[in-house]
Write a protein that binds this ligand. Sequence first.
Ligand SMILES: [Zn+2]
Length: 205
Amino acid sequence: MIYDISPAIGASTPVWPGDLPLSRQLLSDLDAGDATTSSALRATAHLGAHADAPSHVARSAPTIDERSLDLYLGRCQLIRLQAQHGERVLPEDLPCSVNATRLLLGTNTYGNATSFRQDFAALSVELVDFVHQRGVRLVGIDTPSVDLFADQSLPVHRRLAAHDTAILEGLVLDHVPPGIYELIALPLKLVGFDASPVRAVLRTL
Ligand SMILES: [Zn+2]
């Protein structure tokens, strides 16, 4: 069984305040008598379910096309948290032990929101260090950011980059039971980019 953990992305998909929402330009159109329908798209690379590259927060750090695909593909644990809106998740908030090198955390504080909301839960530097010590190489979350909305200094992004831990954001996890799965969430090979949208799924083992 495959769980789709990607939100639909369209013109109305909320993006980070100041980011560019998705727009579609029809370059040709069957309905207009053209031989094909063909579209161009324009949007922030941090759209819907997406992978952040280390270069998002660190100069001269790897860009998304330089990341190992093995980070985004393989055995993965989904943990559901009792997270509070606008609060950081600490190591003691984990309800079970970490049993995989890829870890998705369901906070249930954003969901499939139709407008951007700022009060989502986020990770903490303490949690990032804790899971790094347990061998975690990818962390994913069901909010627009691993940092709190107001945290302009992005301490969690920076610590994840320092540990060379991959980041997935904007996942939809509400409908998936906690447990161990195979994660498939490959970023596009966007040369020099700081992020890429992904089609993220969890497959039962
Ligand atoms: Zn991010």
